[in-house]
Design a protein around this ligand. Structure first.
Ligand SMILES: Cc1cc2nc3c(=O)[nH]c(=O)nc-3n(C[C@H](O)[C@H](O)[C@H](O)COP(=O)(O)O)c2cc1C
Length: 198
């Protein structure tokens, strides 16, 4: 296999991992992953990504509470049964608790050229690309990872709970660790169904 083929195979083999071994991830590995994420492309090269590493159990608790309070409120207002709400909350708290590395992926709202919707979208797109680069760098380090959208639904509560700078908007949470599960097979949409040529 050529180097290019093995690189494609590597990129195609990244999967979301949701169960982790308890083994800690060395700090130097986390630093390399974050550093590689910072090499991502960004609109106007404004590099709007910001990372909050959630390391202490107190910070994990605050994060878990901010996210699941909102989860409770949203599910409650949708009329979900209390048992479903409790189950979802306890799974979410367990996932945060078990993850050896928790990274809150934020966007600096001031890292835009102008205040206009297109610029904001480009900032969000730039942070998302950095998130993918982070996941791929973690994969290169032999770690599994999962992108989690919950902070998006509780941006202000999450920012306040962790006392993040006022301009940092949490966009996602990325959990990393050594995989303790085999991901299920996934079907990839064939290229000829999702591509048109003109
Ligand atoms: C924007 C975005 C939001 C996601 N949110 C969640 C989430 O909240 N919880 C979760 O378990 N996975 C989440 N995922 C992971 C997807 O479920 C996963 O990428 C998808 O099922 C494809 O599987 P794969 O990553 O193994 O290829 C999210 C992925 C993206 C890109």
């Amino acid at each position: 296999m050529t180097d290019v083929q093995s690189l494609h195979r590597f990129l195609q083999s990244r999967r979301s991992i949701r169960r982790f071994k308890a083994d800690p991830v060395p700090e130097s590995v986390v630093e390399r992953i974050l550093e590689t994420a910072t090499f991502s492309p960004s609109a106007h090269n404004l590099q709007p990504w910001r990372f909050a590493l959630i390391q202490t159990s107190s910070a994990k608790e605050k994060l878990g509470a901010a996210l699941t309070n909102k989860m409770r409120a949203d599910m409650g207002s949708e009329g979900a049964p209390q048992t479903d709400i409790d189950k979802r909350v306890s799974i979410s708290l367990r996932r945060i608790d078990e993850a050896p590395v928790t990274i809150l992926l934020c966007r600096d709202a001031t890292a835009v050229r102008r205040e206009e919707p297109g610029e904001t979208t480009m900032g969000i797109q730039s942070v998302a690309i950095a998130g993918l680069q982070l996941l791929l760098a973690a994969h290169a380090e032999g770690l599994g990872g999962n992108w989690i959208c919950w902070p998006l639904y509780a941006q202000e509560a999450t920012r306040a709970a962790l006392d993040l700078p006022k301009t940092w908007l949490p966009e996602a949470m990325i959990l990393l660790g050594y995989a303790d599960e085999e991901p299920k097979e996934k079907t990839i949409r064939p290229l000829d169904q999702i591509t048109i040529q003109r």
